[in-house]
Ligand binder design. Sequence first.
Ligand code: ADP
Ligand code: MG
Length: 614
Amino acid sequence: MSRIKLLPETVASQVAAGEVVERPASVVKELVENSIDAGASSIEIGIQRGGISRIRVVDDGCGMDRDDALLSLERHATSKIASAADLAAISTLGFRGEALPSIASVSRFRLTTREPGAVAGTEILVNGGRIETVRDGGEAPGTQVEVRSLFYNVPARRKFLRSETTETRNIEHQFFLQALAQPAIGFSLVRDEKVALQLPVTASLRDRIRDLYGAEFLNELLEISEREYQGVRVRGWLGRAGVSRQTRAQQFVFVNGRAIDSGILATALREGYHTALMRGQFPVTFLFVDLDSQDVDVNVHPAKREVRFRDPGRIREAIVEAVRRTLESGRVDWQRKFSPPAPGGTTAVLSQISPPVQPSAPSSFERMGRDSARPSTSLSPDQPTLPQPPMAGGGDSPNRGRAIEVNHPYLTPEPGAAPKDDQQFQIIGVLNRLYVLMENSDGLVLVDQHAAHERILFEELRRRMEEEGVPSQRMLLPQIFSLPPRDAEWVERNVATLQKMGIGIEGFGAHSFRVDTLPAFLEIADATDFLRRVIDELKTTSRSSSPLRLGEDMIAKTVCRHAVKANDPLRYPEIEKLIRDLLACDLPYCCPHGRPTMIQISHAELEKKFGRKV
Ligand code: ADP
Ligand code: MG
């Protein structure tokens, strides 16, 4: 007796629905994507009870005639591709012809649609996949899809739905994704009969971000200067160095206009941010990657959330480079903040108080700073601390009232901006032996001296590493150790890289190695353990990234121990040098662990706090 049966069409659709329609937010995604593909200029999304009781998507797109409307509910019926060859270069969001029949098979479904010039429209009612009514409809041109009682006939699925609040949040996230991807389309979200969000048609992504998050949020972002890298175009906006979130909720990545989850791109972002991101935190990104549709396969995942790249290395490099450049460009803005103080302010008074000249021995900064011979000798952690400068007592405080001219070697002032050597700010004092207080024309600036010094040392060591390789130190007793065959083979291929990182290593019989030098600035207790970690980390960093990246990680870990501590008292010239060196850094506004080095409190904020302005 034969046991194999062809599944009835409605059951087959329910099986397919299992992949495409996971939750209310996936319905919203599919319907909105259809509206976008239909050329809509306005899309309204209405939901009730987290979308479980009702989802309605209304658009003003091209609509369908009656035959197409009926056909659109058949499985594998699509207007977007016609042949297998089309699969190789997909330019629409949909192409599988599965969403409408899948959704209709697990809900009470209503489609009304009308082409712009048509006399009448069509209304189709479907119940659990069965077409019940087809009649003339009188709605405005465009398409409306209403989905009620989602999963009413699939109890197993219904059980997996989360609370209404959670499902609402998922839908809102989906709404944000689509709205960001399409600034030229007006969107609105109606939640339980109340308008929750209304987004007008805008000219740019910037305006869309502003409408979604508020104008203040733009201050935390930098625009990616659009570049094409071997056919990969990268554009969008990125959180400044030091701006991060505890979740991925604001890490948006779009490939050819489609929001996707991609491990490769997330890693590339992380790599681009590198020291500008705190460990365990996620960057804020509105990243758009555009490439030839032939170079990306979107037919990987039924819900089209994942893609496959023909050449992932190229994409990764493009992103790393774009992020790095963008973060460094943020320096210019920071620099601009240090404009001349307003005339007649406290500056005039303070600058009359000249700090006492220090005829002292070289300060700990100078010894640690960029003029020192080798970091290994200059970074001794037990520097003698200098006497604490008198903090209170007005006029004779050595930290008071000196203007520092910011003179950044890499910066040319904007045309029309004040000349470079006019840019200055005043050191007011040091708070709690930790925060250097300064004023500039914008208001108050606080600098965390420890974080600032970490950044300076980090960049200094990195520069040297790039130029001369990492200074190394001979071990008292060379160590011999063996590795598993694959690791051993890897080391053999990368001896030169390891040497550049200050690790003197050579073969010593089958799968064994002898190490006799290690990076000088690291305190390494167990050389073998250290090397195993280095090899593991190096193996996972991308082929394209500089092998020195790992060296950077080592430095970032170690500078903390050598930087001036939170409550090391500093004298005025030291502070001045600290600030000057900080502002000459590539990424002055965060330490190598991604924590901020400086905070600006504007006059406006102060005035608000003192109730001078509401
Ligand atoms: P796909 O989008 O993969 O083609 P769907 O099942 O989502 O498959 O839609 C089937 C077809 O119905 C689409 O190819 C399109 O021609 C038509 N369609 C769906 N939604 C709309 C809409 N909002 N406006 C106009 N046509 C639509
Ligand atoms: Mg579709």
